[in-house]
Structure formats: C-alpha cells, structure tokens
Design a protein around this ligand. Sequence first.
Ligand code: HEC
Length: 299
Amino acid sequence: MKVIKALVTGLVLAAFTAPAALAAGGAKPLHDGKTEVPDWPFEGPFGKFDKASVQRGFQVYTEVCASCHSMKLMSFRNLGENGGPFDSDDDELTEALVKEFAAQYEIDEVDDIGDVVSRPRRASDPFPSPYPNDAAAAAGNGGAIPPDLSVMAKARHGGATYIYRLMTGYPDDTEIIDDTIHFNDDHTHGELHQPSGLYYNPYFAGDVTANWHGDPRHKPYGGFIAMAPQLADGRVSYMDGTEATNEQMSADVAQFIAWASEPKMENRKSLGFAVMIYLFFLALLVYFSYKAIWRNVDH
Ligand code: HEC
C-alpha cells in the first residue's frame, strides 16, 4: 500500500513539475538525433586520443582561444606526455620540441637584487595567462570572465560534446539581421533580439524569454553568451593540411581540451585493463585451489 501511495505521489508531482521545467527553458539537448556529433576515439574502455586531432586542437587553442582563456593547470612539459600534442616515440625529440615551444614565451622573475627580469619559459613553467587577473579579464570581455579551460571537459555536462556543440551552435551570420535572429522552422516561429555584446547560442544555459517575440510556448532553447563566435571557416591554417572548417576546428579543440582535462587517461585505461586480466587469472587460481583442497572431503 505504501509503495502505491509513493508511486501516485511521484506521478502527481511529476505531472505538475514537468511543464514548469519545460517553461523555464534550458539549453538544447546535446544529442538531437538529427545532427551529428564527432565519434570521440577516446571514449570507451580502450579509448585513445587521436593524436593528430589533439595536435590540431592545440594549434586552435594557441592561435585563437589563448588570447582570452587561460589553462592554468597546464605546464609546457605536459605537452609531451602520453597522448599529448608533442608526444612521440623519441623522448629526446619530444623534450626538444617542448623546450623550443616553451622558450617562445617569457615569464617575469624577481632576481637576486629585487629587479623584475623576463626570461624564456622552461618546460616546467605553466602556460602563460592572457590576463593578469579576473578584473582585467572581465574588463576585456564586457564584464564576463573567460573561464579557465584546463579541465573544461570535466567541468561541463557532456564534456567534449558540449564544447563542440557550443562552438558550432551559433546561428549563421546570414540568419542575423540588425541583431535579430529570425526563427522559422517547423516548431519555432518568431524573432529573437540579441542584447549588445551578447550572442545567442542554443547550447549555452540561459533564458531568452525577455528577448523573444513569438509564441511563448515555443521559444528557442539556450541563452546569450558573452563570447562571440570564434571559429569561422578558415580561422587557422592547419599545419597538416586538414581543411579548417568550423566543425573540424571545434572537434579538434574539444579533443585537445578533453586530453588536457585528463592527460593520464590512456595510462589509467591500460592499467585498468591489466588489473582486469590479473583479477581474471587470480579468480581462476582461487577456484581451482578451492577444488583441489576440498577434493577428498565429503560435502
Ligand atoms: C575574445 C575572447 C574569447 C576568445 C578568443 C575565446 N573565448 Fe571562450 N569565452 C569568452 C568569454 C568572455 C566567456 C564567458 C562567457 C559568458 O559567461 O557569458 C567564454 C566562455 C567559454 C566557454 C564556457 C561556456 C560555459 O559553458 O560557461 C567555453 C567552453 C569556451 N569559452 C571555449 C572557447 C574556445 C574553445 C575558444 C577557442 C576556439 C574560445 N573560447 C575563445 C571569451 C573568449
């Protein structure tokens, strides 16, 4: 009886709260069954990063994102670790590449007599940050602080897929006339006015009600983000000749951030597999020992 009562209460509650949740809006689901998201090679128990993609994503990060976003948890030496952009079979080569890359950036240090001097960064130094502090970051971005990207793939639901959707989700330039986006599909008809300095993105959590002129029951998903679209086709020239479409750059930078968020993933997975094999043989051994020990005992 108690179970039935609990069930009924649950159903009644769900019936009342579901429409409220819908009305409050929210970000567009990452998987809609219509448009494709990349098939990430690093997912699953044997997943590995696609190194070429991580390398391209690193290029996108340094050439585009690094002008606003820090990656404070990354040191240059991490770039040579397993699955990283400078990882290779030749340890000396990896070390030389990391060293040369780090030396392009400078860091300030206080010397013996108290003067501030700059020196080239070393492999053990952290990545440079674009802004000295949060106040400067906010001042440079209309009041919004570009979040640190070191562990962004862990910090947001959906990880790399979210980053991919966010970067590819902005409406096309041609759909925006005088800061107004015109919606006209099967479901959503109306106009959405973009506040100045903010950009509509269906995957960014928020609420567009106040700026929506159309049927309130069919308002668009998402919200307004303070980051302008960053990855127009051809934004970078890939060193490996891959065509730099918006989707390609977004997938690559998402994979790079996924690697940076868990640089030891490949080690963890191969260790996990070794442990499974070990446990399997241990279980066999225990089973046959048990059989052998009790063989002559009646039971
Ligand atoms: C011109 C500065 C600028 C550049 C360049 C830039 N961003 Fe941003 N980004 C921002 C700002 C500002 C925010 C915070 C937006 C907000 O909270 O409304 C942001 C937020 C984000 C977020 C977090 C969104 C969330 O869910 O909170 C991600 C992820 C992101 N950027 C990824 C990138 C990537 C990847 C690149 C490079 C391809 C990049 N950004 C380049 C300014 C920038």
